[in-house]
Design a protein around this ligand. Sequence first.
Ligand code: TYM
Length: 331
Amino acid sequence: MTRIFSGIKPTGHLTLGNYLGALRRWVGVDQHQSDALFSIVDLHALTVEHDPARVRRLSRQSATLMLAAGLDPQLCTVFVQSHVDEHARLSYLLECTATDGELRRMIQYKEKGTRARAAGQSVRLSLLTYPVLMAADILAYRTDEVPVGDDQTQHVELTRDLAVRFNQRYGHTFTVPRATHPPVAARVMNLQDPTSKMGKSDESGPGTVHLLDEADVVRKKIMRAVTDSGREVEYDRVTRPGIANLLEILAACEGGNPKDLAGVYESYGALKKDTAEAVVELLRPIRERHAELAADPGHIDSVLRKGAERAREMARPTVDAAYRAIGLLPA
Ligand code: TYM
């Protein structure tokens, strides 16, 4: 059976981008057809300035939302990364496999590092090594497929390189994984700046739809989305990025094709209105279920505890094998 691993970093409230790019497929397809693990990758939330209480809060909220969106602990393993030591254990071995040059080339490191420096903050070393920890997350489970949005492609490519290099040097230890992306909405763009990604860290920004936004807030954000100066509804990501983004969101909600949908609309206003309603309806059941689940944190904790036990059992043999292969004496 195909092994799937993917994760969400608790650095902000989950967004429509996280849902359409990743979570929706985990719920709809992956957990039913594969042996799947989904993790709240909390160690990754420590790579930038953070508030400990907020990370704790967001970790629980992310777990609650993952279940509210439909992940079923009977079908898949849901757990918190820091509860399973194997991730950090393996990460060190992969740091001894990766090179400084290859990590400095990572786009997210360059972007986030530049932003931190511009804000007068220091850049944590973990921001540089973060993709290695991500590789450990994936390789510890002998993962075949990693369902992610577009922005994670480069990290999964690095993971593949590290797996191949380790296997060649020390003997076959890891499965070489591949990234999979949704057919539409693999990169949902910011509604106020359709040339940049809709990201979690853009707190309460008008360009980001959060899964827990009230219906009226969602409507407002979509109705105020920045569009292009033209009038015709055309699907062209380069010349009409704002409209293309709305068409992709609508197509993802309704299961259609953005190009075909473009032909249906004669005005930007009508497209925005339908997109807003489609997103409101998409998010309504998740918000309702989230409210029910949030009322019982004991249940969430118990799901996460059992998930971590299962994950630990799956990861340990592979990580132990990597320790032996690289030349460390068995304990
Ligand atoms: P994160 O937490 O930023 O995002 C979680 C998932 O959501 C996708 N995503 C998007 N998809 C489409 N449009 C967007 N605007 C958008 N924003 C986010 C991401 O591609 C991702 O699939 N490094 C990862 C977390 C991670 C991970 C892993 C993922 C750590 N270890 C191992 C897979 C496997 C991250 O920061 O995702």
